[in-house]
Design a protein around this ligand. Structure first.
Ligand SMILES: Nc1ncnc2c1ncn2[C@@H]1O[C@H](COP(=O)(O)OP(=O)(O)OP(=O)(O)O)[C@@H](O)[C@H]1O
Ligand SMILES: [Mg+2]
Length: 364
């Protein structure tokens, strides 16, 4: 699962990437600093892992991860080849969710490509470019489908109607995710085309240090502007957090965060948000060798969850032994949970719950 970072040049995309990922991207105070996309793996912070580690004392602990892609800034005309963004819109098409960074801080030393700080305007500029890119996609597809529809092919005619609706929406500034299209039609005709504006989006308001815990007027404006989008808006002092990430010791980082009024980095909140945005949840395996968080789509069955570890686990699935996270913590060990009769045995139909601690029985 991947999330892509978009936004105007010089708004703090690479700085955000650096807060999140162990990979380091070049960030500097000039537009189009980023040319080649940066790809990084981000650990999903989860306090439950520390708790399980204390109880099980394993050799190693592996958190869940998501991939983040940081691309060149987009500008007006990007979809028509302006700037550098166009060639990298393709990288964004391959992601599963969008993190849209908006500049919400004043600072005369940091150039704004459109001359002033106005996150609502900036958001529209980016939206338009993404919509134009999607328009290319739908036009290409329509070309093909139209021909088949003309021959009287009913299926093609149905598809054409959906595509025309998308085209009309995009031409009038509506993103694909906001269009009134049935779930079935979406699954059948829309999803496979990987529209950028169909992906779930989270707005990341980049604020200055003083607004780290409170947000500011710009953030309020963004919230008001996207109120009907059903999208998450978060604010983060991206520049400051990137500086904190650079500090060597945990204690130092914690001290700086406390000075800011935070108990954990805002980036932790962001990653958890992105995880939700991607409709993902976590189950655990907890053995003495390894305590590990595994990522599954919400609604996954026990065999599907087993398949994340190994396809053989899914194919040869017999049953799952399940302990709810709370039970594991309350009773303190697997043995005690068993003694108390709280370990459940579940079959192929079981829908895994977030936090389940699982063992799989299978044959190969
Ligand atoms: N909240 C902030 N306050 C002040 N300065 C910031 C903040 N966030 C980022 N910056 C600064 O803004 C400049 C641009 O940041 P960055 O390189 O991350 O932008 P970008 O969006 O990746 O740009 P590009 O599209 O050109 O790659 C950097 O000098 C960075 O330190
Ligand atoms: Mg950059």
């Amino acid at each position: 699962m991947k999330a892509g970072i978009v936004g105007l040049p010089n708004v703090g995309k690479s700085t955000l990437f650096n807060c999140l990922s162990n990979a380091k991207a070049q960030s500097a105070n000039f537009p189009f600093c980023t040319i080649e996309p940066n790809i990084g793996v981000v650990n999903v912070p989860d306090n439950r892992l520390q708790k399980l580690e204390e109880l099980v004392n394993p050799e190693r602990v592996l958190p869940a991860t998501v991939e983040i892609v940081d691309i060149a800034g987009l500008v007006k005309g990007a979809s028509k080849g302006e700037g550098l963004g166009n060639q990298f819109l393709g990288n964004i098409r391959e992601t599963d969710a969008i993190l849209h960074v908006l500049r919400c801080f004043d600072n005369d030393n940091i150039v704004h490509v459109d001359g002033s700080v106005d996150p609502v305007r900036d958001k529209e500029t980016i939206d338009i470019e993404l919509q134009l890119k999607d328009l290319e996609t739908v036009d290409k597809k329509l070309d093909k489908v139209k021909r088949a529809a003309k021959t009287g092919n009913k299926e093609a005619q149905k598809e054409e109607a959906v595509l025309l609706k998308i085209k009309e929406g995009l031409e009038t500034g509506t993103s694909v995710r906001a269009l009134d299209i049935s779930k079935d039609d979406r699954a059948e005709y829309v999803r496979p085309l990987q529209f950028i504006t169909d992906k779930p989006v989270m707005y990341v308001c980049n604020v200055d240090e003083d607004a780290a815990t409170t947000g500011n007027e710009y953030v309020e404006k963004v919230k008001a502007a996207v109120a009907n989008e059903n999208a998450e808006v978060i604010y983060l002092a991206v520049g400051t957090e990137a500086d904190i990430t650079e500090l060597d010791s945990y204690e130092e980082r914690q001290m700086f965060l406390e000075d800011l009024g935070l108990t954990e980095p805002g980036s932790a909140k962001l990653i958890r948000g992105a995880y939700r945005l991607l409709d993902l949840e976590t189950y655990f395996t907890a053995g003495v060798k390894e305590v590990r968080a595994w990522t599954i789509p919400v609604g996954a069955t026990a065999p599907q969850a087993a398949g994340v570890i190994h396809t053989d686990f899914e194919k040869g699935f017999i049953r799952a032994e399940v302990i709810a996270y709370e039970d594991f913590v309350n009773f303190g060990s697997e043995a005690k949970v068993k003694e108390a009769g709280k370990m459940r045995v579940e079959g192929k139909e079981y829908i895994v719950k977030d936090g389940d601690v699982m063992h799989f029985r299978f044959n190969v």
